[in-house]
Ligand binder design. Structure first.
Ligand code: NAP
Length: 284
């Protein structure tokens, strides 16, 4: 038998079947000429899965729904930003020592910051879940002012209090004063593409509207925001940037970000058309 030195990486989540992370990471590894593979693991037992990281010498994993918070106490160390956000989406296994990171905020602040200067600007953030926490943290880190807006008032108020920023009920959206609007709820995500978290008539006062959803790429919110004259940012850039940052953490090397972007965009577009792209499939 030929022994390989192939390094194993993966995704912990439940469900994982629809994740685009394996496609994105395996394409990046191949482009970087790394002897490494990224595998989705459907996790039923999180503690067992974390033990398996050490037992099987899995070098790193992404962590997704529903384990981003539950995994924190199972790790040896948690990075300051992941601790503040209260969620880990990346684990690095260095010689059996497990360290947790959060790259969602890097992805969000990175692509938002490319579209608009965050410092000194106000952003209304809809939602109070994991993605909202990453958004609040990222905007504060970059010198911006987040305003949390959430359907469930108690949850939104608690998030605002925790990060020292203001909270307004979601119903106040038609009177809010902010430069930008960020949707961090799943409203409008496939298969509920006809839904939108904000009425069309409330969009024109925002200079920029970002949706963290990337499936579909052009959500109803973004279509209507563009029609209202706002600059729009979809969730694909955030997804690719959070994945690129994972590769930097795992390998200490610069990933092929534009290729990753291209490959995921193509897969999403093909999925939309309902067409199998044999070149992309072949690359998996
Ligand atoms: P989560 O923790 O479950 O939080 C969801 C939030 O959305 C909650 O605050 C919830 O409000 C709100 N919400 C849900 N349905 C709503 C509705 N019908 N009307 C108003 N508010 C509603 O979820 P998450 O982990 O933050 O993920 C949210 C979205 O972000 C998902 O679509 C996910 O795919 C996306 N995401 C994208 C990236 C990326 O890289 N682009 C990264 C992470 C997440 P209540 O508090 O009232 O229940």
């Amino acid at each position: 038998m030929v022994m390989t030195k192939t390094e194993l990486y993966g995704l912990f989540g439940n469900p994982v079947a629809h994740s685009l992370s394996p496609l994105m990471h395996n394409c990046a590894f191949r482009e970087m000429k790394l002897d490494a593979i990224y595998v989705p693991f459907l996790v039923e037992d999180l503690e067992g899965a974390v033990c398996a990281l050490r037992a099987l010498n899995i070098r790193g994993v992404s962590v997704t729904i529903p384990f981003k918070t539950a995994v924190l106490p199972l790790l040896d160390e948690v990075d300051d930003s992941a601790r503040a956000i209260g969620a880990v989406n990346t684990i690095l296994n260095r010689d059996g020592k497990l360290r947790g990171f959060n790259t969602d905020w890097v992805g969000l602040a990175g692509c938002l910051g490319e579209a608009i200067e965050i410092r000194g600007r106000t952003f209304a953030i809809i939602g109070a879940g994991g993605a909202a926490r990453a958004a609040v943290f990222g905007i504060l880190e970059k010198g911006g002012r987040p305003i949390v807006m959430n359907r469930t008032v108690e949850k939104g108020e608690a998030l605002g209090r925790e990060f020292g920023c203001s909270f307004r009920p979601l119903n106040d959206i038609s009177t809010i004063e902010a430069d930008g609007l960020i949707n961090t709820t799943p409203v409008g995500m496939t298969p509920d593409e006809a839904k939108t978290p904000v009425r069309r008539g409330d969009l024109s006062r925002f200079r920029i509207v970002m949706d963290v959803i990337y499936n579909p790429l052009g959500t109803r919110l973004l279509r209507e925001a563009a029609e209202a004259g706002c600059r729009v940012v979809d969730g694909l850039g955030m997804f690719v940037r959070q994945g690129a940052e994972q590769i930097r953490i795992w390998m200490g090397r610069e990933p092929p970000v534009s290729l990753m972007h291209q490959i995921v965009r193509r897969q999403l577009e093909n999925k939309k058309k309902g067409v199998e792209d044999s070149r992309v499939q072949g690359a998996e």
